[in-house]
Ligand binder design. Structure first.
Ligand code: HEM
Length: 389
């Protein structure tokens, strides 16, 4: 596709429903040079797994996806082996499914707190549930004292809120929130060093890498990463779930009484409307990728959402099939950087949706009038009005 204007998620309509464009691109080949930006885009499933598996050839330690505040620069998502594995192993047990299962009663309680304020007949799923819940869960797991919660949650909100348009004022507020949170968390880390407790912050403080405790900077980095990587993604998953369920008649009713079917349907949401729709890598040496010459230093964007709609891997890929199984999607990534918070994200989505469907008879009422998040790396909407009875 030579015409730059015809390439990319260039319109809101295409961002909301990118599947026709993905199909068009995949039919021309799995890997394309992006004519609008100086980078490669990967659309095919096999090409995506090739890149994500080969962390020596395709590095995560690149300048391409630094967040504006630099909070995640030295965190695992942007590191290569061996440091990546050493740091990641400090929290792997905590985020393992068996441990996350033990968090369910607490997560259900927190969902209850969030839903207690929600009233019909209409509300926005994003503002009412999908945004506040991940912040509250991570604050709780980190062990932020109750009396500081409001302050902490307002910093979280400033750091993770996706605006339709970003202004200088908003960027300043974000920087300030980042600084205040870092100062506060440094103090909390010090307290855990003196007296560890039963929380995730203490797990981090008590962890060692090469016989040395994690530095305060590493602990702060982890906290920022959980907050940011775990927030907009979970918000997107919850919202995209309600949006996807609404596409099928009677699905809200059917899933309300069937926890297993709900878990399978949530998995299909991660495939069908993958909230983390792309990830970045940098080529470390000259190489060939599906017949294209990629040079050392090139930026490679793996479009997970496009790969998750590849007909070579999924039957009827552009349909939402709530009972799809098996479902080998790449929505939580693939390879050594696969999402460490996947079990927690799934739990939050499952519990929040089951409580929501238990309390309300939900109908999405957007009438095609949605505003997409304008970001290649996210497939999400800013708000999703629903009507409930
Ligand atoms: C529920 C929706 C979620 C989705 C769709 C999602 C998606 C992803 C994806 C695609 C990656 C791979 C990044 C890459 O390859 O560069 C990733 C990594 C990661 N995610 Fe998630 N995530 C979710 C929830 C969470 C939660 C709840 C947490 C933690 C509180 C979390 C923490 C992380 C971390 C720490 C990494 C980096 C892992 C590494 O580099 O080794 N995520 N996530």
């Amino acid at each position: 596709m030579a015409d730059p204007d015809a390439y990319g998620l260039t319109t809101d309509d295409r961002r909301l429903e990118p599947f026709d464009w993905f199909r068009e691109m995949r039919e021309r080949g799995p890997v394309h040079r992006n004519p609008r930006k100086d980078r490669w885009d990967v659309f095919g499933y096999d090409a995506a797994t090739t890149v994500l598996r080969d962390h020596e050839q395709f590095s995560s330690d690149t300048p391409f996806d630094s967040d504006r505040l630099g909070l995640l620069d030295d965190t695992i998502v942007n590191l290569d082996p061996p440091r990546h594995g050493k740091l990641r192993s400090t929290v792997e047990d905590y985020f393992r499914e068996e441990h996350v299962r033990t968090l369910e009663p607490r997560v259900r309680e927190l969902v209850g707190q969030v839903l207690a304020d929600v009233e019909g007949p209409q509300f926005d799923v994003v503002e009412a549930v999908a945004r506040p819940l991940p912040n509250l869960v991570i604050a709780d797991l980190l062990g932020i004292p109750l009396e500081d919660r409001e302050r902490f949650l307002s910093w979280c909100d400033a750091l993770t809120r996706l605006e339709v348009d970003s202004t200088d004022e908003r960027r300043r507020a974000q920087r300030e929130a980042g600084q205040q949170m870092a100062a506060y968390m440094t103090e909390q880390i010090q307290r855990r060093r003196e007296r560890p407790r039963e929380d995730l912050l203490s797990v981090l403080v008590e962890s060692e890498v090469d016989g040395e405790p994690l530095s305060t900077g590493d602990v702060l980095g982890f906290a920022a990463l959980f907050l940011i990587a775990g927030n907009i993604t979970t918000t997107g998953l919850l919202t995209n779930a309600v949006r996807s369920f609404a596409e099928r008649p009677r699905l809200f009713e059917d899933l309300a009484d069937d926890p297993e079917a709900l878990a399978t349907a949530v998995e299909e949401v991660v495939r069908y409307r993958s909230p983390a729709s792309a990830v970045s890598r940098g080529a470390t040496t000259d190489t060939e990728l599906c017949g294209r010459q990629v040079d050392a230093g090139d930026h490679v964007v793996v479009r997970l959402l496009a790969a998750n709609h590849d007909p070579a891997r999924f039957e009827d890929p552009d349909s939402f099939v709530p009972d799809r199984s098996p479902n080998p999607h790449l929505g939580f990534g693939h390879g050594i950087h696969n999402c460490i918070g996947a079990a927690l994200g799934r739990l939050e989505a499952r519990v929040a949706l089951s409580e929501l469907l238990d309390r309300f008879d939900v109908r999405a009422v957007h009438d095609g009038d949605l505003t997409p998040v304008r970001n290649t790396f996210m497939h999400a909407v800013h708000s999703l009005p629903v009507e409930v009875r």
